[in-house]
Ligand binder design. Structure first.
Ligand code: TXA
Ligand code: MG
Length: 318
C-alpha cells in the first residue's frame, strides 16, 4: 500500500478514507494518532495489525465534544465532569464505565473505556465530519518511540496505512495523562502534561499515582517508547566519564555546564513544556544518527517533570 501524505486542505479525503474503513494518521496536540472509525470493527482490527499491538491492549476513543461522552460511557461522576470542564479539549484521557454497545475490540474486553476530547483542530474537524468517533493509539509500531511529526509516523508505518495528514509538529509532544475515574479515589495510570498537582487543585482531593506495572496499560508497560539504540539515563558526571572513553555517542543534555565536544550533541530547553515538545523528535534524530548509544542527562527530579522522566526511564529499559 502507498501511504499518501495529505495536507490540512485535504481533510475531506482523510474523512473519506476513514469512512471506507482505512487507517489515517492524524495530528493531535500530544502525538500523532493512528485513527480508525470507532464504529467499524474491521477498521479497528487493522489498527492492531498495523501497529503489531496485542489485541487485548485497549484503545483511546476520541470524541469532538464533552456531550458525546454520554453516548459511549455511563456513571459519569461530578469529578469527571469537573476535569472535563477544565482540561477538555486537551491532553487528558479519562477511564469511564463503558456503555454496553461499545465494541469490546476497543476496550480489550474491559468494562471501562478510555476517552478524550483532543484539542488539535485537524483531529477535531475529522471527527466532526465523520460524525462518529475515532479510536487512535499513537501512530507508531508497538513499543517504539511515539511520533510528533509525519516523518516519525513513516518510520514504522509507511506502506501499512492509507494516509497521514501533515498538521505540523505536535505542540505538547508527550501522550495524554490517563486518569481512572471509575474508582472512589481517581488513579493516574500515565503521567502527562496535565500533572497530578493540576488535577488535585481542581478536585481538591489527593489522587493516586501509578504503583504497579499492568501490561494492559501501555503507559505502564516497562519497556515502552524505545529507540533502536541503547539509551542510558545518566548524571552529567557519568556522561563526562563515558564520553572520555568513547566518542560515538549521542548526548541529550540540558545543563549549561556540559562541555562535551565529540559525538552528536542535542541541547534541550530548561522549560519542561519545551523539553517535552522536543523530546521525541530529538530521540528520533539521535536514533537515526551514526552513533552507538544515546546518553541522556537525567532531567530535574521535580513533580512537573514526571511525564518526561517516566518516558525516559521506559526508553532506557533493555
Ligand atoms: O495522547 C494520547 O493519548 C495519544 C493520542 C493519539 O491521543 N494516544 C495514545 O494512545 O497514547 P496509546 O494507545 O498509545 O495509549 C493508550 C493507553 C494504552 O496504554 C492503553 O492501555 C490505555 O490507554 N487504556 C485504554 N483503555 C483503557 C482502559 N479501559 N483502562 C486502562 N487503560 C486503558
Ligand atoms: Mg503508544
Amino acid at each position: 500500500m502507498q501511504t499518501k501524505l495529505l495536507t490540512i486542505n485535504q481533510i475531506d479525503e482523510a474523512v473519506a478514507l476513514l469512512k471506507s474503513g482505512q487507517l489515517v494518521a492524524l495530528p493531535t496536540e500530544t502525538v500523532y494518532g493512528l485513527a480508525a472509525d470507532a464504529c467499524n470493527p474491521d477498521a479497528i482490527k487493522k489498527v492492531f495489525v498495523a501497529k503489531g499491538r496485542p489485541c487485548d491492549h485497549p484503545l483511546i476513543l476520541h470524541i469532538d465534544s464533552f456531550d458525546k461522552v454520554y453516548h459511549w460511557a455511563e456513571d459519569i461522576s461530578e469529578n469527571a465532569k469537573l476535569l472535563a470542564d477544565h482540561f477538555w479539549p486537551g491532553p487528558l484521557t479519562m477511564i469511564l464505565k463503558k456503555k454496553a454497545h461499545v465494541d469490546p475490540l476497543i476496550t480489550g474486553g474491559l468494562n471501562t473505556l478510555a476517552i478524550r476530547v483532543p484539542h488539535h483542530p485537524v483531529m477535531v474537524s475529522v471527527i466532526n465530519k465523520l460524525g462518529t468517533a475515532l479510536v487512535a493509539p499513537s501512530a507508531n509500531a508497538y513499543k517504539k518511540i511515539s511520533p510528533t511529526k509525519p516523518d516519525h509516523v513513516l518510520k514504522t508505518l509507511d506502506g501499512k496505512i492509507a494516509a497521514i495528514v501533515d498538521g505540523g509538529a505536535s505542540s505538547v509532544g508527550i501522550e495524554s495523562t490517563i486518569i481512572d475515574m471509575t474508582k472512589d479515589i481517581p488513579v493516574i495510570l500515565r503521567f502527562g502534561a496535565i500533572t497530578v498537582e493540576m488535577i488535585e487543585a481542581i478536585l481538591k482531593i489527593k489522587i493516586e499515582a501509578p504503583v504497579s506495572h499492568n501490561e494492559k496499560v501501555s503507559g505502564n508497560v516497562k519497556d515502552h517508547y524505545q529507540p533502536e539504540k541503547p539509551l542510558l539515563l545518566l548524571s552529567l558526571a557519568q556522561i563526562d566519564a563515558l564520553i572520555k572513553q568513547d566518542s560515538e555517542n549521542a548526548v541529550i543534555y540540558y545543563s549549561d555546564l556540559f562541555k562535551g565536544a565529540a559525538g552528536k550533541l542535542y541541547k534541550m530547553p530548561f522549560s519542561k513544556t519545551e523539553y517535552a515538545q522536543k523530546l521525541y523528535d530529538v530521540l528520533h534524530q539521535a536514533d537515526n544518527a551514526p552513533v552507538d548509544k544515546i546518553l541522556v542527562e537525567m532531567p530535574p527530579n521535580l513533580p512537573e517533570w514526571a511525564d518526561v522522566i517516566d518516558r525516559l526511564i521506559k526508553a532506557s529499559q533493555k
